[in-house]
Design a protein around this ligand. Structure first.
Ligand SMILES: Nc1ncnc2c1ncn2[C@@H]1O[C@H](COP(=O)(O)OP(=O)(O)O)[C@@H](O)[C@H]1O
Ligand SMILES: [Mg+2]
Length: 393
């Protein structure tokens, strides 16, 4: 199919997209590289590498191969690979404004984008999040932004009172993820960190987290991974510093503080999953200005603790600082000034979390013992942070 890669209303390039394989076989003309996906900007436009990178970028818009229970989802959708979904809704997403327009078509962004135009999410939501094995039959169920979601967890975009929300389940049989998302939101609220607000929801007896879309028709989310992609790698800490510098050069206010806030949160809840696609920046798609650090999101893989008997608690979590897996005690050292946070805002948080876990126990079946262990761990992280705040000079 001969088509144009669009960024909202701007033409980025013309190309040939092979529907059968989900690959771009030709790039005919680059019209405006500035509006291209950030990761493509620095590639040599004339090389076959550019075409390969374009294909790679587009494929990565699809549901990843490591999505939990992907085989079941594909079966219910009656397709054999996630890329088959990519042309069903122009490749549109709710995290940016890129889409593929067939050449000669007079379709326009306003008529098809999922920010303005409603989509039929019920069947996909059921296929993705419920435990039954119903097949998706309505063709309209495949014309949704659910064709272009990243990440390991089973998830679905839904519309509630006009607002677009992302629902996410737990991982495999683990149900803690949604609770950690909500805990993270509570911590961010108390400490005044920019964040995506997660609440709990129950879908067919499954507890899921629910958060509003943080992107609008005028913005896109660019991951740290994309931004770092064309930057030279040095020592891990230097890479971290260079990333902050880059954001500051683009006039993002308080970039350092905002990134530090994320690592403070990760310390408190022992988040193991802060890889480079789980944070980034928001760019204006019209002016291409870098607007802000993206609000903190995806904090579910936290408070990972195992215990083998009644006494021994075995803490297995390690954090992520850019390209390195490190202990949380090491990572927190990047925060230049801990005194700026009002740690007493966390008083009572452990009881709050304890209550929350008990409230949903009838659905989650998390044992009292486990809840107690989770609370002990959370309490211990808060106390350790308090000591760090006190000793910070
Ligand atoms: N509230 C949101 N608004 C817009 N895009 C989002 C939102 N939450 C997540 N995303 C996008 O969806 C991707 C997957 O979501 P994420 O929460 O990271 O799921 P997972 O826990 O499976 O990794 C993110 O990397 C981001 O690109
Ligand atoms: Mg993620």
């Amino acid at each position: 199919m001969r088509c144009i890669l669009m960024n909202k209303n701007k033409e980025v390039l013309t190309c040939e997209y092979d529907l059968a394989t989900g690959v771009f076989t030709e790039v005919y003309e680059v019209k405006d590289i500035n509006y291209a996906p950030y990761i493509l900007k620095s590639c040599d436009k004339s090389s076959s590498f550019f075409r390969a990178s374009l294909s790679e970028w587009f494929k990565k818009r699809g549901i990843p191969s490591w999505r939990d229970k992907l085989d079941l989802l594909l079966h219910r959708l009656n397709i054999s690979a996630p890329y088959e979904l990519l042309d069903k809704a122009f490749g549109l997403s709710l995290s940016d404004q890129y889409w593929l327009k067939e050449e000669g078509s007079d379709i326009c962004y306003d008529d098809i984008n999922f920010f303005d135009n409603d989509f039929d999410y019920a069947e996909f939501m059921e296929a993705s999040l419920s435990n039954n094995n119903k097949l998706v039959i309505k063709e309209s169920s495949l014309k949704t932004p659910n064709n272009t979601t990243d990440g390991m967890l089973r998830k679905a975009w839904v519309i509630d009172n006009g607002t677009r929300y992302l629902l996410k389940g737990g991982y495999k049989n683990e149900i803690l993820q949604p609770f950690c998302e909500v805990l993270a939101s509570e911590i961010c609220k108390r400490l005044g960190f920019d964040h995506v607000e997660y609440v709990l929801d129950v879908y067919k007896d499954v507890v899921v987290s629910k958060c509003p879309c943080f992107i609008t028709k005028d913005t896109e989310f660019i991951t740290c991974y994309q931004i770092r992609n064309d930057m030279k790698r040095h020592d891990n800490l230097e890479d971290y510093e260079e990333y902050i510098k880059k954001l500051e050069e683009h006039n993002i206010e308080n970039a350092r503080e905002k990134i530090e806030n994320m690592f403070i949160l990760d310390y408190i809840i022992m988040n193991e999953d802060r890889h480079l696609n789980n944070f980034g920046i928001i760019r204006d798609v019209n002016t291409l200005d870098w607007l802000d650090v993206a609000p903190i999101f995806d904090n579910g893989q936290s408070l990972n603790v195992e215990y083998y008997d009644d006494e021994e608690m075995h803490i297995i979590g390690l954090g992520r600082l850019f390209y390195e897996v490190k202990s949380f005690d090491e990572i927190i050292k990047v925060v230049k000034n801990l005194k700026r946070i009002n740690i007493s805002e966390l008083d009572g948080l452990v009881n709050w979390f304890d209550d929350l876990l008990h409230q949903y126990q009838y659905l989650t079946k998390i044992s009292d013992k486990r809840i107690e262990r989770l609370c002990i761990l959370l309490n211990s992280q808060i106390n350790k942070l308090k000591e760090l705040v006190l000793s910070d000079d």
